[in-house]
Design a protein around this ligand. Structure first.
Ligand code: ADP
Ligand code: MN
Length: 514
């Protein structure tokens, strides 16, 4: 069928409701019973009728509006739907043929040529904001018509009664048809000129806009894909997972990499559409836990070929271990969120990819505490806030950060946000208290160096956070006592089970842990 007719669809429905849904979605059932032949003859009849009418009443011009009537005339909406469906069918066939040709050309060759860009049917992209362009926008007109010069500069032809101005419907219609040639080459306009088709300005503008937005939609999709393939930091499987998130509309665009660490890569993304269960934050951080660089990989060669380790090795599948870290970070963040500690909010966990809310704005991540210069007042405020957060973390979340320092605290919105909690452990961890002591030392030193007079030393901070009362007045003794406590606890746990750990605060709700 003639693609021209269908291309006029964009201006169809009032309110453009179709733009938010797949226009090929649920057709009016009454229209399906209509066969192609019926449609064709109906249209033919209409055309013939129009021709007659035109001949009889030349001043009532409706030439170009025939098959394009929109709005009030509800009768045509089913034709429109049918036309859309037929066009979709046509496009699909075209794409299928394209794929066959692509396959034929490429064969088994490792290097292949992609016809992707020539496809007609693009996966529907929920990002339709760009499609809703102001139709009156004429600042940039890539379809400037300079080809058809049916009317000279003066703006009219002829004399007296036979004068034809540039606004003449028929002339204008022909001119519009000719201008379709300026559309992007992949936009099939059909043989409108040969048929002496006359397009009204309204229809032409609709077509033009459609051609333009189709072109950009295709380009945008392509760009998205290019962008992800350009991301060499992630392996193809990760890339696929990320692409799926974008495709599902959960993320709108992954804009770029914020940080590349030893164990993770963090990306920034704009959040996509909210679903019924989930509100996606406008900006997200995607933490991809690296699946290649983990210590178990290095052990591969020692145990992989040893049959005795076969079973155990499969249990220590590096992918699974990495996922476990991601999962741990998710659980820990959730606990912190529940306690009201400022931290990223978990959006979703997909295998080794954790999507969370972005701390920062307009793609700019909040600075780490080590990179920001705070006024002495803010510095003091930050110190007390961190002291409180550490206590909450210990008492309410039953967690020790275990990598707390000015590197893992962000300054945003006038307060400190905690991040990077995949390694956080419960106080019952065999080395939990040592980790806590290290955290305290980092915090203490940072604020003492930062000029906060109120900042207590690491030993006092440790006692303040844990509620323990270790009295040693020098670091070595203090550490020795910590280790002794860990040892007692370990034995205690061995004998009575984890639930009876000495450090777990009483009355805590059972927290799900990995
Ligand atoms: P790593 O284990 O690599 O240190 P982090 O979780 O600390 O992983 O993330 C690395 C960096 O990425 C952080 O220092 C921070 O700058 C940035 N980052 C991580 N999560 C977020 C987030 N939710 N919002 C903004 N920036 C983040
Ligand atoms: Mn970190």
């Amino acid at each position: 069928m003639d693609p021209v007719e269908v291309a006029a669809v964009p201006d169809a429905g009032p309110g453009h409701a179709w733009q938010n849904k797949c226009p090929w979605g649920t057709p009016n059932t009454t229209s399906i019973s209509c066969s192609l032949a019926d449609v064709m003859s109906e249209q033919l009849a209409k055309e013939l009728q129009l021709e007659e009418e035109n001949a009889a009443f030349p001043e009532v011009v409706a030439v170009a509006e025939g098959p394009f009537i929109t709005g009030e005339n509800t009768d045509t909406s089913s034709d429109l739907m049918l036309a859309q469906m037929l066009q979709m069918e046509f496009d699909r066939e075209y794409d299928a043929q394209l794929r066959r040709e692509e396959k034929k050309i490429n064969g088994d060759s490792k290097v292949s040529i992609s016809f992707e860009n020539y496809r007609k049917v693009h996966p529907y992209d929920s990002d339709s904001s760009e499609d809703e362009v102001d139709w009156q926008d004429t600042r940039h007109d890539p379809y400037r018509a300079d080809k058809p010069t049916t009317t000279p500069r003066k703006g009219f032809i002829g004399k007296g009664k036979d004068i034809t101005t540039k606004h003449d419907e028929v002339v204008c219609g022909r001119k519009n048809t000719a201008r379709m040639e300026n559309f992007a080459p992949e936009f099939q306009v059909g043989d409108g000129i040969g048929m002496d088709l006359k397009l009204s300005n309204q229809v032409f503008n609709a077509l033009k806009q459609h051609a333009y937005s189709e072109e950009r939609r295709s380009a945008r999709l392509h760009e998205k894909k290019e962008h992800s393939t350009a991301e060499k930091a992630v392996d193809p499987k990760t890339r696929l997972l990320l692409y799926k998130m974008v495709n599902a509309g959960m993320l709108e665009t992954i804009t770029g990499c914020i940080s590349t660490g030893k164990e993770s890569v963090v990306f920034h993304a704009y959040g996509g559409n909210a679903t019924e269960e989930k509100v996606i934050p406008p900006e997200c951080a995607i933490k991809v836990f690296k699946t290649t660089l983990n210590e178990f990989k290095n052990r591969d060669k020692y145990i992989k070929d040893d049959y005795r380790f076969k079973d155990r090795f499969s249990k220590l599948n590096p992918r699974k271990i990495i996922r476990m870290w991601a999962e741990k970070e998710m659980h820990n963040l959730t606990r912190m969120q529940t306690a009201g500690i400022p931290c990223p909010q978990v959006v979703i966990l997909k295998k080794h990819i954790l999507v969370m809310s972005f701390i920062g704005q307009d793609q700019v991540p909040a600075p780490k505490l080590k990179d920001v210069t705070l006024s002495s007042e803010d510095m003091k405020k930050a110190y007390y806030q961190i002291l409180h957060m550490m206590q909450q973390l210990y008492k309410e979340c039953n967690l020790i950060h275990a990598d707390l320092s000015e590197y893992n605290m962000l300054w945003h919105d006038g307060k400190v946000w905690l991040i990077d909690v995949s390694q956080s452990v419960e106080p019952t961890h065999p080395h939990g208290l040592e980790f806590l002591f290290r955290d305290c030392r980092n915090v203490s030193q940072f604020f003492q160096k930062g000029g906060v007079a109120e900042a207590v030393n690491e030993r006092e901070l440790f006692n303040a956070v844990s509620g323990l009362n270790i009295t040693a007045d020098n670091e070595a003794d203090f550490q020795a006592q910590i280790e002794a406590l860990e040892k007692i606890n370990e034995d205690h746990v061995q004998n009575h089970g984890k639930k009876l750990s000495m450090f777990s605060s009483d009355g805590d709700p059972p927290l799900d842990d990995e």
